[in-house]
Ligand binder design. Structure first.
Ligand code: SF4
Ligand code: SF4
Length: 380
């Protein structure tokens, strides 16, 4: 069965979502139980018929629950989101790339099945598939289909280089992501091909964007600004606007996941923004990250301590809450700073900058210097 609706627990209660579409319908515990306990041949309840029509314009009148709604079981683990880096390999070689060395390596199929089963048992409803470039991973299609059939809502982060291929579009039409997030690296061949160090990359992106738009895929565009393209920032946003796609600017180049700074010279100083003050996050509590080998960390940035999920199984995730607490509150490298109590800097991120010997004003909320603007920043 490929359900039109998924009823699932999430950390604040229960909700119904629709694969391939944004948004959800909050459910009280009784309505969730009604769906869970319904016979598969029972008709979809009237309240859900009305709500699905109002939310997504979907008509499920007269359909059976069993053919329409997948009910994900309650879970004691409480994770709603995860990201899974299938493979660090990429067909581009961006000089700002926070992955550093991009090795082609990942789990074989049996390991992936186990990892995704663990994620499902942990309660993961929203799963980001990322890389490297996930669409060139040799097991991407199988991974997407398996996660989708487990009842996960899929977001795919991609450089868009394979979207013009009919095979890829067919796959994404069948297993629709609720969001396809595309990184945009310039508004001209010169800047885009220069930033990705790949001839023809801009043309491939534009062909893929057009094809994905025609296929009706739900997209977002991340305009990644660096010294190659900062002068084209308005034109980059205009590309997204032309297709009616929401866009966001990523202005701050971060050190690599290994804490090295060779990528930092690609920063365009004129667009650098102060990071939003860190006010706490649920990294390791309600969301986590898995690398290509099934090693779980609290998030993509805080990878210093990892749990081998294939060895430890779903119970291993319980360690992440403690690790998250330790990593997000530790001010080890800030010894002597009298402002620690009011620090608004995400510590795992600050730690990477420190290891990379980046200037203090590029990451510390109390730093002074050229960053006077306080606005939304981001990592690329
Ligand atoms: S930034 Fe993205 S597209 Fe560029 S090399 Fe890294 S993974 Fe590939
Ligand atoms: S980078 Fe910092 S703020 Fe973001 S999820 Fe990780 S710990 Fe939380």
């Amino acid at each position: 069965m490929r359900p039109k609706l998924i009823a699932s627990p999430y950390p604040d209660g229960h909700l119904v979502v629709s694969p391939g579409q944004e948004g959800g319908i909050k459910l009280g515990v009784n309505k969730y139980a009604e769906l869970r306990d319904a016979a598969s041949t029972a008709p979809v309840p009237g309240w859900l018929t009305v709500a699905a029509r109002a939310k997504w314009g979907m008509d499920v009148t007269g359909r059976d629950v069993g053919d329409t709604v997948m009910v994900r079981p309650d879970t004691p683990y409480g994770y709603a989101r995860a990201s899974y880096e299938l493979n660090l390999g990429c067909n581009y070689d961006c000089d700002h790339c926070y992955l550093g060395e991009k090795l082609f390596a990942g789990l074989e199929w049996s390991g992936r099945e186990r990892l995704l089963d663990i994620m499902a048992e942990a309660g993961v409803l929203w799963l980001q598939l990322t890389g490297g470039e996930p669409l060139i991973d040799s097991l991407f299609a199988e991974t997407l289909a398996y996660a989708y059939d487990l009842g996960m809502m899929i977001q795919i982060s991609s450089n868009g280089s394979r979207l013009h291929q009919e095979k890829t579009l067919d796959l994404l039409r069948t297993y629709r992501p609720y969001r396809l997030t595309l990184s945009l690296y310039g508004a001209t061949e010169q800047s885009y091909d220069g930033m990705t160090r790949s001839k023809g990359a801009f043309k491939r992106f534009m062909r893929g964007l057009e094809a994905a738009h025609e296929a009706g895929l739900a997209m977002r565009i991340n305009c990644v600004l660096s010294k190659h393209n900062a002068h084209e920032r308005d034109e980059m946003t205009a590309i997204a606007d032309r297709y009616g796609i929401p866009s966001f600017e990523y202005t701050n180049i971060t050190p690599t996941i290994h804490g090295t700074g060779e990528v930092l010279p690609s920063q365009a100083r004129e667009v650098l923004r102060r990071h939003d003050p860190y006010t706490g996050c649920n990294a390791g509590l309600t969301h986590f990250h898995a690398d290509p080998h099934g090693m779980a960390s609290i998030c993509k940035i805080g990878r210093e301590e990892q749990v081998n999920l294939l060895d430890e199984g779903v119970e291993g995730l319980r360690k992440l809450a403690v690790i998250g607490d330790r990593l997000t509150t530790r001010h080890g490298g800030c010894t002597g700073c009298t402002l620690q109590k009011t620090c608004g800097t995400c510590m795992p991120l600050a730690n990477l900058y420190r290891q990379a010997k980046a200037p203090l004003e590029t990451y510390c909320q109390h730093g002074s210097g050229p960053l006077s603007a306080s606005s939304r920043g981001g990592e690329s």
